[in-house]
Design a protein around this ligand. Structure first.
Ligand code: C2E
Ligand code: CA
Ligand code: CA
Length: 435
């Protein structure tokens, strides 16, 4: 198995000295924290109910392995395990058992799903300071968390070398393991879905559904991001035809990573691909930070895209270095405010001010504004008042496969038809009353 970050030993860290020479009966306290890796992504993929079901199974498995321990959830993705033992090998035994809990996939409604655990542990003495024990275990977990998946440490033992990763990506593309999910963008004033963002997923034969955060950086390192992005572009064009056959006319946006923006060979290949499909309506989401890397080449490519009819959207605005100077020079039509500012829009004092001024600034530069990460009605209401043009987020839909998008759009359409009929009945009734 080449790519094995999930199957590779999970980083596990232990804090606190384990007293070796002990008298019998001199028990040691153990506190283990096990966190499901990338739970946010899994929750996005599976939905909150199935993600909660996964956590319940994790707790069940750990409890079965460590029947004498107290096992409970302390956060929506973290399980705390607390026990005492006099055995020297108690901790390594417990860590092995916890680790073993993620060997088999869990059976959920949508089929088997794999998961990985990040583990942090601390040891203390019986009657010792509880707060210190908790803090040490948390610190160990933070350290485990900071050891990123293979994307960042491709040379660590158990992780594939970039060369084998490149081969793995090639194989995945050849075997149709990559898939695009779509998340609709709604035009606020028109109350209409006008476009969708394509988000890539890897249906890995061993690891289940892998989210892009886990393999895009590695794909960049392995010099395969051009191939992957061109695949995504072709797939988006094909899916767009399917949508059109069902009567849905949507522009589809794909994500272009920083590395590719200044790459002229990629830009040429992408434009050629679009030229071959004159009916395609494509958008590219690019970040400002990627323009700043090599502005001259990036701007030239963006102009090339614009001339080919590609709508350029500035992604993750506000998350990185934002420079007005660049923004003015870019042939962009759309600005996406990073979800960082949107998910806390109604609970923060600062974020509404930032969002409001960003919308005004974008409008002054003739850009349409998209808010991503819209999760609540309250956020949608506030964004509408602020004059935001488009919204995208879980409130409307999670990213979904193309077949689901087709039924979602059909339902949307019939819903709108009912609303319109209702509105015209109301108007009609008002006319009758007046007559
Ligand atoms: P992004 O472009 O910022 O994509 C939006 C991410 O936010 C997606 O995560 C999406 O599932 C998530 N999201 C959508 N609505 C909400 C919401 O209401 N609340 C919250 N909290 N999150 C929401 P995903 O699919 O895991 O994608 C992560 C990143 O991977 C993307 O960030 C994008 O930069 C990259 N990516 C995805 N597909 C591709 C691709 O085909 N090519 C390249 N180069 N990068 C891609
Ligand atoms: Ca994006
Ligand atoms: Ca984004």
């Amino acid at each position: 198995m080449a790519i094995s970050h999930r199957a590779a030993p999970a980083p596990r860290l232990v804090r606190g000295a384990v007293p070796h020479a002990r008298d019998a009966g001199d028990a040691v306290r153990f506190r283990i924290l096990a966190q499901v890796r990338h739970f946010g992504g899994l929750r996005r993929l599976l939905g909150p109910q199935q993600a909660a079901a996964l956590m319940a199974i994790v707790v069940e498995r750990i409890s079965a392995q460590l029947p004498l321990a107290r096992v409970e959830m302390v956060a929506r993705d973290i399980v705390e395990i607390d026990f005492e033992s006099v055995r020297d090998d108690a901790l390594s035994d417990a860590l092995g058992r916890v680790r073993g809990c993620c060997i088999d996939a869990v059976e959920l409604d949508g089929g088997p799903q794999r998961f990985d655990l990040l583990i942090g542990a601390a040891t203390g003495t019986r009657g010792g300071d509880e707060v210190v024990l908790v803090e040490e275990a948390e610190a160990a977990l933070v350290e485990a968390r900071s050891r990123r998946p293979f994307a960042i440490q491709p040379f660590e033992s158990g992780f594939p070398h970039v060369d084998s990763l490149a081969a793995e990506i090639d194989r995945a593309l050849d075997r149709n393991e990559m898939v695009l999910h779509y998340q609709p963008k709604v035009h606020v004033r028109r109350e209409e879905i006008t476009s969708a963002e394509a988000l890539i997923r890897w249906r890995h034969p061993e690891h289940g559904m892998v989210l892009p955060g886990d393999f895009i950086p590695a794909t960049e390192q392995a010099q395969r991001i051009d191939r992957l992005t061109l695949w995504a572009l072709r797939q988006a064009i094909e899916d767009q035809r399917r949508l059109r056959a069902h009567g849905h006319d949507l522009r589809i946006f794909i994500n272009i990573t920083g590395q590719l923006l200044a790459d002229t060979a990629f830009a040429e290949a992408a434009c050629a691909c679009i030229k071959e499909a004159p009916d395609a309506q494509i958008g590219f989401e690019v970040t400002e930070t990627s323009v700043i890397r090599d502005p001259e080449a990036a701007i030239a490519n963006l102009q090339r895209f614009d001339r080919s009819g590609v709508r350029v959207s500035i992604d993750d605005y506000g998350a990185g270095l934002s420079s007005l100077a660049y923004l003015k020079q870019l042939p962009a039509r759309e600005l996406k405010i990073d979800k960082l500012f949107i998910t806390q829009l109604t609970s923060s004092n600062r974020d509404p001010l930032i969002v409001r001024s960003t919308i005004d600034l974008a409008h002054a530069l003739d850009l349409e504004v998209v808010a991503e990460g819209v999760e609540t009605h309250a956020a949608l209401a506030l964004l509408t008042v602020m004059g935001c043009d488009m919204v995208q987020g879980y409130l409307i839909s999670r990213p979904i496969p193309i077949v689901e998008l087709i039924s979602f759009l059909a339902e949307e359409r019939s819903h709108r038809a009912v609303e319109q009929t209702r509105a015209s009945f109301t108007r009609l009734a008002a006319t009758w009353k007046r007559a």
